[in-house]
Design a protein around this ligand. Sequence first.
Ligand code: DC
Length: 237
Amino acid sequence: MERAVSAPARPRPIIAIDGPAGAGKSSIARRLAEVLGYVLVDTGAMYRVVALAAQRAGVAFGDAAGLGTLAHALVTRGALAFERDEARGVRVRLDGEDVTDAIRTPEVGMGASTVSAHKGVRDALLDLQRQAGRAGGVVLEGRDIGTVVFPDAEVKFFLTARPEVRAQRRHAELIARGQGVSLEETLADVRQRDEQDTGRAVAPLRQAPDALLVDNSDVGIEDTVARMVARIREKRG
Ligand code: DC
């Protein structure tokens, strides 16, 4: 006979989406949240804001203690704010300033990857992420949502694509934003971030054993989202 051992079910599920840089997580998570009518939580944006704040405060990305203190201070004073935005999905504020675009540069992306390896930084943001998701009816995207932040998430996906495809997409995005980088540089960046994100000691990027692997190298956003919606229906009945 089966015995219920888990916590009482949330009325609406937590959907966890993890995967490497440039796998299309942002666009797909955003579209999925829209289709389901759920809240979207972009946890990468949180690490990006910490990297930006560190850059501005002159705290080196390798300074574990300094970054831990900075991240705790930011969370404690409520400096990070995320608002729903029709055009951008999520609008991000740092102490009231709109930093939605400022956190999307390659430097801040790489900085976020570096600062996110520090335990103090991860601990500071973990509470924020759990608060944002705990009620359910939410799509969270990141690197460790299904493994660390919400290991009890009802539905988990590990979204990926071939490195060359991810670099091409990233490159097109950066060019569209007027940032002049080459495809080779972008591919090198993608590979370096993969190494950093999977190689770190704390909360490395891993596919949770119960996550569905979705490779979208040759599949468009709408078809990928449709596949994910089907999986959610299948798991939730
Ligand atoms: O998804 P993104 O590119 O915006 O994330 C930026 C960096 O933040 C990524 O390289 C690793 C880090 N990150 C993390 O360590 N854990 C998360 N849950 C989300 C992002």
